[in-house]
Design a protein around this ligand. Structure first.
Ligand code: FES
Length: 85
């Protein structure tokens, strides 16, 4: 999911940097998150907090985000018996 719309930075990118031991300020400097409109700052801080080395499950929690669930839908499998006749 894109967290910083201005810089098109995803939660995965932020999480990857956080797991590498970077804090918010370092990630902000490296990726440029929260440097334009600033609306993403709270979410970025949440991702950084969740993705510290002690909590590697942040992606699982964020995957349940409503925007994330609407971004990808599994292909609908049609039943061969219902469309044949
Ligand atoms: S959404 Fe991140 S700076 Fe605008």
């Amino acid at each position: 999911m894109i967290v910083c719309v201005c810089r098109r930075i995803s939660d995965r990118e932020i999480a990857r940097h956080a797991r590498a031991g970077m804090g918010f300020d370092e990630i902000q400097f490296e990726l440029g998150v929260a440097t334009q409109c600033g609306r993403c700052e709270g979410c970025v801080r949440d991702v950084v907090a969740q993705c510290s080395a002690s909590c590697p499950t942040a992606n699982i929690q964020l995957a349940n985000h409503p925007l994330e669930s609407s971004a990808w839908k599994p292909p609908q499998s049609s039943s061969p018996t219902s469309s044949a006749r």
